[in-house]
Design a binder for this molecule. Structure first.
Ligand SMILES: *[C@@H]1O[C@H](CO)[C@@H](O)[C@H](O)[C@H]1NC(C)=O
Ligand SMILES: *[C@@H]1O[C@H](CO)[C@@H](O)[C@H](O)[C@H]1NC(C)=O
Ligand SMILES: *[C@@H]1O[C@H](CO)[C@@H](O)[C@H](O)[C@H]1NC(C)=O
Ligand SMILES: *[C@@H]1O[C@H](CO)[C@@H](O)[C@H](O)[C@H]1NC(C)=O
Ligand SMILES: *[C@@H]1O[C@H](CO)[C@@H](O)[C@H](O)[C@H]1NC(C)=O
Ligand SMILES: *[C@@H]1O[C@H](CO)[C@@H](O)[C@H](O)[C@H]1NC(C)=O
Ligand SMILES: *[C@@H]1O[C@H](CO)[C@@H](O)[C@H](O)[C@H]1NC(C)=O
Ligand SMILES: *[C@@H]1O[C@H](CO)[C@@H](O)[C@H](O)[C@H]1NC(C)=O
Ligand SMILES: *[C@@H]1O[C@H](CO)[C@@H](O)[C@H](O)[C@H]1NC(C)=O
Ligand SMILES: *[C@@H]1O[C@H](CO)[C@@H](O)[C@H](O)[C@H]1NC(C)=O
Ligand SMILES: *[C@@H]1O[C@H](CO)[C@@H](O)[C@H](O)[C@H]1NC(C)=O
Ligand SMILES: *[C@@H]1O[C@H](CO)[C@@H](O)[C@H](O)[C@H]1NC(C)=O
Length: 487
């Protein structure tokens, strides 16, 4: 019923990675005297067909006038290099060492940005640095492009700290450009990198840092590979998500390190379903959810695998927060170590290692459902228990927990005794802690599940397993154990 980890999906990804082979990166400044004239001619040879076997051309942004001094806007020069590269049939646009301040630049089909070691692209901090349409507020954006990518060992920096209005250890207060009428709500800030309705996207070996809002945004794409990417965001800034994948198929994320304030890997559905996403070999720390499906969940999620992931000191580990009617099925979480703790309750999350919920966001929302979830080889150290809460119209069915070790202990001073249905639904509700709280479930098998409780902090925990037979049907426990340990 569950696809094994070595599905055909992996094989085609292998194929795909061969397809987009990295072009030589611009670690050293290329010889501009020879490159410059050839770029100029290439720019006007859009009809020339490159012979197979010849290596794709490279275009250095400095040859197009970029200063890389971090003070002058290099926008037009970067864009000219990208456009010339695209017109020549594709290749690499190279950023030699330097700081390249820029307004929004548009990545075109066939172009790979090679941000070399020692090079940094700095997103502009002003409203006029971004397009009129707030949906297109990115430092770098590709729309309807094919065979596009970013690599090179350098960094892309959204200068997110310039968007902090007031620093606060609990949660920073961010600027919202809503005051200009550009968009509404308090999340009116630019994202860092976006691929919108693209095919064959590859982002690898690059640091994405300090986004003002979401960091790497994949929307309506097919065939996306993201690997060896480091993502860093201020731990106290809201909405600086790591990777948001929306309405996209065939996405592979590997060997990523994500250390940020808001959700780290976050599949969502707004306008269409999301199929076949794999995230493996990653390290995550966040003040929100490490893995989160939702909360935007208007369409289905199917065929997702999360494997070999380390989650440290996060507010929530593995989360499904389904609020808008989408159905979720065939999801595997395997070989995952989790540590979750409480933070300020203004952030969603209550230190749950595992959180699976469906409920209608508001009275106009439909209720989604979840089926075929497998949690296998999971170890958690957490300040709170797991929360598995379907709803009347949106039951959780066929859940399996196999080889799951849950260790419970309190080590922060934040208050406990609340369950978190946010966003919407019942909100925060007073409720004593339990090892696993279950509501509205049909079919749950637990095999080799061990609970261990610190003898120092057993107070406040009511039941190892809490459920009502009226809402939880067909559960079986094989090799369940629970015991105290000496802290
Ligand atoms: C998802 O992967 C499965 C199995 O590899 C494949 O059969 C299916 O066509 C894929 N779905 C999409 C939308 O590509
Ligand atoms: C995605 O990659 C697979 C395998 O390389 C290929 O068969 C498929 O056509 C690609 N899809 C798109 C939309 O390019
Ligand atoms: C390319 O051609 C256009 C018009 O055909 C011309 O205006 C432009 O200067 C040319 N660019 C280069 C780099 O030669
Ligand atoms: C604008 O954003 C601020 C937060 O920065 C928020 O308090 C306010 O409600 C927002 N106003 C509108 C009209 O959305
Ligand atoms: C993803 O696959 C589903 C199922 O085949 C399809 O309905 C959807 O349009 C695909 N999305 C994209 C962006 O290609
Ligand atoms: C798990 O991921 C880590 C990187 O976080 C990697 O070093 C390790 O080799 C991976 N383990 C397996 C079995 O793939
Ligand atoms: C989880 O912890 C165990 C024991 O410390 C270790 O062997 C394993 O490699 C860890 N796995 C991950 C994904 O962190
Ligand atoms: C769970 O704990 C048992 C006993 O300490 C150990 O044998 C097993 O390997 C652990 N499993 C996981 C997935 O951590
Ligand atoms: C779970 O862990 C066991 C023992 O380490 C291993 O043999 C098995 O392959 C793992 N299962 C999965 C799905 O990774
Ligand atoms: C929830 O608990 C807090 C702290 O004990 C208490 O102040 C509050 O009145 C309770 N709320 C409800 C709705 O019972
Ligand atoms: C109980 O749930 C298991 C899966 O968790 C399923 O295989 C089985 O058919 C269910 N039994 C009944 C009587 O519904
Ligand atoms: C139950 O646990 C024991 C001891 O750890 C083990 O020998 C046995 O194989 C387990 N049974 C199942 C069904 O996993």
């Amino acid at each position: 019923m569950f696809r094994s980890i070595t599905s055909p999906f992996y094989y085609y990804l292998l194929l795909f990675s061969l397809l987009l082979t990295p072009t030589p990166s611009g670690q050293s400044r290329p010889d501009t005297s020879t490159l410059s004239p050839s770029c100029a001619t290439r720019a006007n040879q859009s009809t020339t067909i490159r012979l197979p076997g010849s290596s794709p051309p490279t275009f250095s942004v400095t040859d197009f006038g970029a200063t890389g001094d971090g003070l002058h806007y290099d926008t037009l020069h970067i864009q000219a290099a990208i456009d010339a590269c695209h017109a020549s049939g594709g290749g690499s646009v190279i950023f030699p060492p330097g700081d390249y301040l820029t307004a929004t630049v548009h990545l075109r089909s066939g172009v790979v940005l090679v941000v070399g070691k020692g090079a940094k692209i700095l997103g502009g901090p002003r409203l006029e640095d971004y397009p009129r349409d707030s949906k297109k507020w990115y430092v770098i954006v590709a729309e309807e492009a094919t065979d596009v990518g970013i690599t090179g060992g350098g960094a892309i920096d959204g200068q997110g700290l310039k968007f902090v209005e007031r620093f606060d250890e609990r949660k920073n207060v961010m600027v919202s450009w809503n005051k200009t009428g550009a968009c509404f709500g308090d999340e009116c800030r630019p994202r860092l990198v976006g691929f919108l309705r693209c095919r064959n996207v590859k982002v690898w070996d690059v640091l994405l840092t300090e986004p003002a809002y979401w960091c790497l945004h994949i929307v309506g794409c097919q065939n996306t590979t993201i690997h060896d990417v480091s993502i860093y965001g201020n731990f106290n800034s809201p909405n600086n998500d790591g990777i948001d994948i929306e309405d996209s198929n065939n996405t592979a994320i590997r060997r990523c390190t994500i250390n940020t304030g808001d959700d780290a890997i976050c599949p969502k559905t707004y306008t269409g379903p999301l199929h076949n996403l794999t995230a493996a070999d990653c390290w995550i720390r966040t003040k929100s959810s490490a893995i989160k499906l939702g909360s935007a969940s208007y369409f289905d999620f199917k065929g997702l695998i999360f494997d070999n992931i380390t989650i440290v000191e996060s507010h929530r580990g593995l989360g499904l927060q389904i609020r808008d009617g989408g159905h979720v099925e065939d999801i595997t979480f395997s070989n995952i170590n989790i540590s979750t703790r409480y933070y300020d309750p203004s952030w969603w999350g209550r230190a749950e290692p595992i959180y699976v919920t469906t409920c209608p966001r508001d009275c106009n929302s439909k209720t989604g459902s979840i089926s075929n979830l497998l949690f296998i080889n999971i170890t958690a150290n957490s300040e709170n228990g797991a929360f598995l809460s379907g709803s009347k119209e949106g039951v959780l069915s066929n859940l399996q927990f196999t080889n799951v070790n849950l260790t419970y202990k309190r080590w922060t001073n934040y208050f406990d005794g609340m369950v978190d249905y946010r966003p919407g639904c019942q909100g925060l509700v007073n409720h004593s802690m339990a090892g696993i709280i279950m509501e509205h479930i049909d079919g749950l098998q637990m095999k080799n599940v061990n609970m261990r409780w610190s003898d120092e902090s057993v107070q406040g925990w009511d039941n190892p397993l809490e459920f009502k037979p009226s809402t939880v049907n067909n559960i079986s426990l094989v090799n369940f154990s629970s015991g105290l340990y000496k802290a």
